[in-house]
Design a protein around this ligand. Structure first.
Ligand SMILES: [Zn+2]
Length: 350
C-alpha cells in the first residue's frame, strides 16, 4: 500500500500481507487488526478499505485519485461504514450493530443493515469497527451473527489494542493481523517529509512518540501538542521525584477533575511512565546513551540515583500492565496511586 496517510510507516509485514490480498484479489470475510494504541492500525484499516473498493488495477490500489478513493477521503463513500464508540458512551452499543426500537443510529448506519445492502458505487461493502474490545455484550453477540454468516463480497475490518478484551467468539472468526510499535529510527526517517522541522525537532518527536507513528504525526503538526507533551513529561518527572512524601501526588498532578476525561489522560500517562521507567533503567544499568528522553537527562539521572536496578525491572513489568487495569475498569486514580506506591517503595531519596 502506498504512503497515502502520514501514519503509514513501519509494520511492513502487515502491510505487505494486505497488499498481497489486494493484488491477488483474495481478501474475504473478517479481519482483526491487533496492536498497541497509536501504531497505525486505523490508518491501515482505512487504506485497506480504500484498496478493497478502488477502481484502479489491483497493483495500483488504493490509487487515491479515482472517484471511489476520493469518496473515502471525504467520508462520503456510500459503501463504507466506520463504527466506533461514541465519545459520550463507554461502549459500542447494540443499536450500532443492528437497528433497535429506541436507537438513535440511522438504520442504514448499522452493521447488519449495511451488510444486507448491495454496494452502491464500488464492488463491495466495507465495514470498519474501531476498538472492537469496546463492543458491549449485546453488540458483540449481534455482531457474531454477521461474522458467522458472512456475505461473499463484504469485508469487515475490526481493530483493537486489547485483544484479550475482544470476545473469544468474535476473535476466532477473524483473520488476525498483528501490528507492533515502530522503531524510533523509522519514525525519525518518516518525519523527514515534514520539511518545517529541524533535525533535532524530528529526533525529539520520534523519541517522544515511543514507537507510535500516530503520536509522532500529532506532535509534528501541532507545536502546542509538542509543548504540552514536554510539559507532561516534566510534570511526571518532578512529581515522581517527590513521590515518597506525596503518595497521591501523581494522580493529583495529572488527572483532570472531569472523570470522563480521565481515561485518555491516564492512557497517555501510562505511555509516558513506561518511557520514563525505561530511561531510568538505562541510566541505572550504565547505558545512558540509550536514553530516549535525552532532553530530560538531568532529571532522569536524579531519579535513577535513588533507585536500585532490580526493583526497576519489576517496575518496568508493572508499568506495562497499567493499560490492562484500565480495561478491567480500575479507576485511573487508583491505578496511578498504585504505581506511585510501587515507585515510592523502591525509591531511596537523598
Ligand atoms: Zn482508487
Amino acid at each position: 500500500m502506498h504512503l497515502i496517510a502520514p501514519t503509514l510507516v513501519g509494520n511492513e509485514h502487515a502491510r505487505q500481507y494486505l497488499r498481497l490480498l489486494i493484488e491477488r484479489e483474495t481478501a474475504r470475510g473478517s479481519f482483526l487488526f491487533v496492536g498497541p494504541e497509536g501504531v497505525g492500525k486505523r490508518a491501515v484499516a482505512r487504506a485497506f478499505g480504500r484498496a478493497l473498493q478502488c477502481a484502479a488495477t489491483p497493483d495500483r490500489r488504493p490509487c487515491g485519485t479515482c472517484g471511489l478513493c476520493r469518496a473515502w477521503n471525504h467520508g462520503t463513500n456510500p459503501d463504507a461504514l466506520i463504527v466506533r464508540r461514541a465519545a459520550d458512551h463507554a461502549a459500542i452499543r447494540l443499536e450500532q450493530i443492528r437497528p433497535t426500537a429506541n436507537g438513535t443510529t440511522p438504520a442504514q448506519d448499522t452493521v447488519h443493515r449495511r451488510l444486507q445492502l448491495r454496494s452502491v458505487v464500488g464492488p463491495r461493502q466495507v465495514v470498519i469497527i474501531e476498538d472492537a474490545d469496546r463492543l458491549n455484550d449485546a453488540a458483540a453477540s449481534a455482531l457474531l451473527k454477521t461474522l458467522e454468516e458472512p456475505r461473499g463480497d463484504t469485508i469487515l475490518i475490526l481493530t483493537t489494542s486489547a485483544l484479550d478484551a475482544v470476545p473469544r467468539t468474535v476473535r476466532s472468526r477473524c483473520t488476525l493481523v498483528y501490528f507492533h510499535r515502530v522503531p524510533t529510527a523509522v519514525i525519525r526517517d518518516a518525519l523527514r517529509l515534514e520539511r518545517r522541522l529541524t533535525t533535532p525537532e524530528r529526533e525529539l518527536i520520534a523519541s517522544l512518540a515511543d514507537g507510535r507513528p500516530d503520536i509522532a504525526h500529532d506532535l509534528a503538526h501541532s507545536p502546542e501538542r509538542l509543548a504540552g507533551e514536554l510539559d507532561a513529561f516534566a510534570t511526571l518527572l518532578r512529581t515522581l521525584q517527590g513521590s515518597t512524601q506525596r503518595p497521591f501526588g501523581l494522580s493529583e498532578a495529572v488527572l483532570p477533575t472531569d472523570r470522563k476525561a480521565s481515561g485518555p489522560v491516564a492512557t497517555a500517562t501510562f505511555r509516558r511512565l513506561a518511557l520514563i521507567v525505561h530511561d531510568v533503567l538505562m541510566v541505572t544499568t550504565g547505558a545512558p546513551s540509550l536514553i530516549r528522553l535525552k532532553r530530560f537527562r538531568v532529571a532522569l539521572e536524579r531519579l535513577a540515583a535513588g533507585l536500585p536496578e532490580q526493583p526497576l525491572h519489576q517496575l518496568a513489568d508493572f508499568v506495562s500492565t497499567l493499560p490492562a487495569l484500565l480495561d478491567q475498569n480500575v479507576s485511573p486514580k487508583n491505578i496511578l496511586d498504585r504505581f506511585t506506591n510501587q515507585f515510592a517503595a523502591h525509591a531511596h531519596p537523598r
